[in-house]
Design a protein around this ligand. Structure first.
Ligand SMILES: C[S@@+](CC[C@H](N)C(=O)[O-])C[C@H]1O[C@@H](n2cnc3c(N)ncnc32)[C@H](O)[C@@H]1O
Length: 173
């Protein structure tokens, strides 16, 4: 029997620190990054070449569109979203990526037992995220969160004295 490859998706990977590390650490997985920031993609491609990565795919497009149009349902084993929205102001909250509709979209794309791993440095966003995953049926919080690689945005946030809020959820249908 041919075993389906594990698919790991990272949304808004920035310079790709964690994306590259995932592709290196999981050579038998297909690792897909979605990003709209061109210089981040360039940086990531240089590192992908340096590391001769064959299991990494990069999509330069809006993640919501990609998920809606091109990703089959029940196909992704893990979705990583690290520091998606850097804007703390109240008026920016409506623009945040992680919303009720977005979590439902993630749910439809995950395999059963698939994981979502999220980080933010904004406490109110973290509360909102915790509430969404509690409210949407099927997600269980994960206690032993998988190790990840520190990102560029995270290093800046820590230097500014921000706390890092990290959570992960498993889909159990
Ligand atoms: C604050 S940065 C964090 C980047 C990286 N994850 C890190 O921690 O260094 C957020 C990134 O998400 C990307 N992003 C935001 N919304 C996106 C979307 N809808 N589709 C693809 N990328 C998106 C932005 O272009 C940006 O590079």
């Amino acid at each position: 029997m041919i075993q389906k490859k594990r698919i790991v998706l990272e949304i808004g990977f920035g310079d790709g620190d964690n994306l590259i590390a995932t592709a290196i650490n999981e050579p038998s997985s297909t690792v897909i990054g979605i990003e709209v920031y061109r210089s981040g993609i360039g940086h990531c491609l240089i590192n992908a070449k340096k590391n001769n990565l064959k299991n990494l795919k990069i999509i330069y497009f809006d993640a919501v569109e990609v998920l809606n149009q091109y990703v089959p349902n029940n196909s992704v084993d893990a979705i990583n979203i690290f520091f998606p929205d850097p804007w703390p102001k109240k008026r920016h909250r409506k623009r945040r990526l992680i919303s009720d509709a977005f979590v439902l979209l993630l749910k439809s794309k995950l395999t059963n037992h698939g994981l979502v791993h999220i980080c933010t440095d904004w406490p109110d966003y973290n509360e909102e995220i915790l509430g969404l995953f509690k409210h949407i049926k099927g997600f269980e919080p994960v206690k032993n969160i998988l190790k990840r690689t520190q990102t560029k945005y995270e290093r800046k946030a820590i230097a500014l004295g921000h706390a890092i809020y990290e959570s992960a959820y498993r889909l159990v249908l």
